[in-house]
Ligand binder design. Structure first.
Ligand code: 26V
Length: 817
């Protein structure tokens, strides 16, 4: 295999080694002999930061002094994953690191493994934000990611002895964290509560309490671009710390309270819930980071100016709102412009609407945030006034656009009811220039359904940007063997910054020798994963079986239950003798998924999967033909190990429910075939790879709608397909609960009487497509040819392309000169 040429590096092995020695000595205070891998990890990270420092300065200076509009990506989540290897790759220092660390007597893998994963996101939305800042930096675009440095990331998942999910705190900051630079000198004050008074005819907000927002800066090194952008995550601190000293002992606990409350704001990442209730702390978080970020932007772009000309703000930066979570930034910018800088309403509105854009990431109505106006009024009284005024102006504007009173009423930002609510998606649509969905089908459904009235009256606001993933982390770092083979096939490694070049692999799909090399890469990755799964989880995976994965949040609409029911049906067929075990294609099914802690049916599905695994894996009748594994605590690291080893990927959501999916892109790019519905980005993946290289099944959006309209009765499907009946009966009769028929009764009842996402209706089609899948898998050369074509034809799903689309169609900016 050819070696990938690293980007030209600014550092030699000797310099890197010396850097580590210095850091160990003056930073960690240990000799190389005393040092642990964790010490070397911290030291190496600081060496990388050191070498990136000049490029970081220069990027910031060019951004502030030049004429290129910057991007401010506002997101409550940045699921960035481990930093060290990614920074080494992008800075061109991978080889020097390996050599230096080995020279000091350490295994580079141990050093890299010492890093705690910053788990600052729930799933797709947070990981997308991380891919996007990587691409912005790699394209050389000046950008800030703005978010929150939660002290506790998404919970750490464990399973108890019954196979149930247990949530544990994820204190990822337990050890020294060399990547986040805490900059106390550039903190911002963020205020809450209190009241609004009139002074000299002006509205003045008198807040009740304030917290200190301290920026923690992460470098975002671009791949071979020589640019380093900034991910600025805010951490909440109290202003009352010093006051503690003045209290006597009896008042001590009261005095500490404000400190604890202030710091609670950035304490924990909210696990996405099936039914998001109005959570006060979450609104505090949203305001906390958007307000701090807006002040920060003014500080950065108008340094030292007491009377800045903020009408130029939309030329300096554009703000992208990642879902509705940062939408409170719209009234906040209005407040800053009007109350603090004295602009009139219309000027402020003009600046605001030109600066903001909004990306929607969902189609589930319950995931569109709506806040009780009362709650906003309590926490942010001035903002509620501004929101009401925005609503009034907006309704006036609508009257000039349509005479349809019902439509105007439906479009209210603030609802007209006894306890009014603020619809954040509507506020974002009214208060920004562009609204986009995250895949073609999703953007179409946004226009036709979710935001239909808005798209009728403001058609030009709406567009699509299909999601993408970074090839640096998800191909080069995750799958070095495939990366080397691609480079060999293309004769260049330029594909890492221009993923369309993967098309050049297309002719090689006809070359059996190349296809065999490709197959050998997959086989080696499977063996690696088996070893990893043994080490980390104690599993015994057989790399000579098909590796079939389903990794994503556990949610009814994603339909993990469809996968597990089909598996149970196969098991039932073997047990009843309908199918001879000798004819079964050996398959290892791997699940990875966290459920929201309060999501009852999702948690029961986890328990079921774990118990199916227990029963099936230990049943001698199965002769090792079917295995189910559920590694706990699925995260970015596990994804990086599992995706390259997977041969069949499951994207089986009910059509019209998955906005995009990004796992589907990572799998296709790593040479897995997909079994999927016509949903989200699956539609575009299938168009690109070709229908013959994608296993499509199930109802379409139109068929789903028609079935809802006609009245959906899941029990009909249970009666109709004996395989389905056998599977559900097996869950009901206690096979997977030591004979206890109650354990899964609520799940069974839901399937038979409700089944909102129509798992049962798609079951037969899903089982039928399995025979096509297995027939193809029995022909390894043809399977791998198709898998290789998936790689060759999915370069479009690079986050570089997605960012280019945002630059061209929404942000109207580009790289620094
Ligand atoms: C909702 C809530 C509600 C309250 C608690 C915290 C919380 C956190 C997140 C969300 C919404 C999540 C929306 C989301 O993750 N959407 C996913 O976005 C991906 C990137 O665009 C996309 O690929 C997935 O299809 C979509 O489900």
């Amino acid at each position: 295999m050819t070696e990938i040429t690293a980007p030209k590096s600014p550092v030699t092995v000797a310099e890197f080694t010396e850097g580590i020695r210095e850091q160990l000595k003056y930073g960690q205070g240990v000799t190389p002999e005393q040092a642990t891998p964790a010490d070397v990890y911290v030291a190496s990270s600081l060496v990388v930061r050191h070498y990136l420092q000049d490029a970081w300065f220069k990027t910031q200076q060019d951004m502030v002094n030049g004429n290129t509009k910057a991007v401010g990506y506002f997101s409550a989540e940045f699921l960035i994953g481990k930093q060290l290897r990614n920074a080494l790759l992008n800075a061109g220092m991978l080889d020097q690191f390996d050599a230096a660390v080995e020279g000091l007597g350490f295994d580079p893998q141990d050093v890299v493994d010492s890093e705690y994963e910053p788990a600052l996101g729930n799933g797709g939305l947070g990981r997308l934000a991380a891919c996007y800042v990587d691409s912005l930096a790699s394209l050389g675009v000046p950008a800030f990611g703005y978010g929150i440095q939660y002290r506790y990331g998404i919970f750490r998942q464990e399973f108890d002895d019954q196979g149930r999910q247990v949530e544990r705190p994820e204190y990822w900051l337990a050890n020294e964290e060399p990547w986040g630079h805490v900059d106390y000198n550039r903190s911002q004050k963020v205020s809450f509560g209190g009241e609004v008074v009139e002074e000299d005819g002006k509205k003045v907000w008198k807040p009740a309490w304030s917290v200190r927002a301290v920026p923690v800066d992460y470098m975002v090194p671009g791949y071979k671009s020589g640019r380093v952008d900034t991910l600025r995550l805010w951490s909440a601190r109290s202003y009352d710390e010093f006051d503690l000293l003045t209290f006597n002992k009896s008042e001590y606990l009261d005095a500490v309270k404000p400190k604890v409350e202030a710091e609670n704001i950035s304490k924990i990442l909210y696990p996405e819930d099936s039914t998001p209730q109005g959570k006060r702390l979450r609104l505090e978080q949203q305001y906390f980071f958007t307000a701090a970020s807006i002040q920060d932007v003014i500080r950065v772009f108008y340094p030292g100016q007491s009377d800045p000309d903020l009408t130029t703000l939309p030329d300096k930066i554009t703000f992208q709102l990642n879902d509705t979570h940062p939408v409170i930034g719209i009234p906040e910018l209005m407040r800053v412009l009007i109350d603090e800088y004295g602009y009139d309403w219309n000027t402020a509105w003009d600046i605001t609407t030109k600066t903001f854009n909004y990306t929607c990431h969902t189609l589930l109505p319950e995931a569109l945030e709506v806040w009780p106006a009362d709650l906003i009024g309590e926490l942010l009284p001035r903002h509620l006034e501004i929101i009401n005024e925005i609503n009034d102006h907006f309704l006036e504007e609508l009257k000039g656009k349509t005479r349809d009173k019902d439509k105007i009423e439906r479009m209210r930002i603030v609802t007209n009811e006894e306890n009014p609510k603020v619809r954040m998606a509507y506020l974002a649509t009214a208060g920004g220039s562009h609204v986009n969905g995250v895949a073609e089908l999703h953007s179409q459904l946004l226009k036709d359904v979710t935001l239909r009235d808005f798209s009728d009256l403001y058609p030009d606001k709406f567009s699509n940007v299909t999601n993408g993933v970074t090839p640096r982390r998800f191909i080069r770092l995750a799958n070095p063997r495939l990366s080397a083979l691609i480079t060999e096939g293309l004769g260049t490694d330029k594909w890492l910054s221009d993923l369309d070049l993967l098309q050049g692999l297309e002719p090689l799909a006809k070359d059996d020798e190349f296809v065999k090399k490709f197959a050998a890469v997959k086989q080696a990755n499977k063996e690696d994963f088996a070893a990893y799964a043994k080490r980390e989880f104690g599993f015994d995976l057989d790399p000579n079986t098909m590796f079939n994965s389903m990794i994503k949040r556990l949610h009814e609409y994603k339909r993990q239950s469809l996968k597990i029911l089909a598996l149970i049906a196969k098991y039932a067929d073997i047990k009843s003798g309908k199918v001879s075990v000798d004819d079964v294609l050996p398959r290892t099914v791997i699940f990875g998924a966290k459920s929201a802690p309060g999501y009852y049916l999702a948690k029961m599905t986890i328990q079921l999967i774990n118990n199916v695994a227990r029963v099936v894996n230990n049943d001698p009748d199965i002769k090792g033909k079917l295995h189910v594994y559920y590694p706990w605590n699925y995260n970015v690291r596990l994804a990086q190990h599992l995706i390259p080893a997977t041969e069949l990927d499951e994207q089986i959501s009910q059509a019209g429910k998955e906005a995009s999916g990004t796992g589907n892109m990572k799998f296709a790019l790593n040479g897995a075939l997909t079994v999927g519905t016509l949903d989200g980005a699956n539609v575009e993946i299938r168009e690109r790879v070709g229908a013959e290289n994608f296993f499509l099944f199930g109802m379409t959006v139109d068929e789903v709608d028609a079935l809802y309209a006609q009245g959906y009765h899941p029990a009909v499907y249970y009666e109709r397909d004996p395989r389905l009946k056998a599977a559900i009966d097996m869950v009901a009769d206690g096979t997977f609960s030591n004979g206890d028929r109650n354990t899964y009764a609520p799940l069974v009842a839901d399937w038979l009487t409700k089944d909102w996402f129509m798992t049962l209706a798609d079951f037969t089609a899903y089982c039928d497509i399995q025979s096509d899948i297995e027939a193809l898998y029995r022909d390894p050369l043809e399977w791998n040819r198709k898998a290789l074509l998936n790689v060759a034809r999915t370069g479009y799903f690079s986050s570089d392309r997605a960012i280019q689309d945002y630059l061209d169609n929404i942000w109207h900016t580009g790289p620094l000169a």
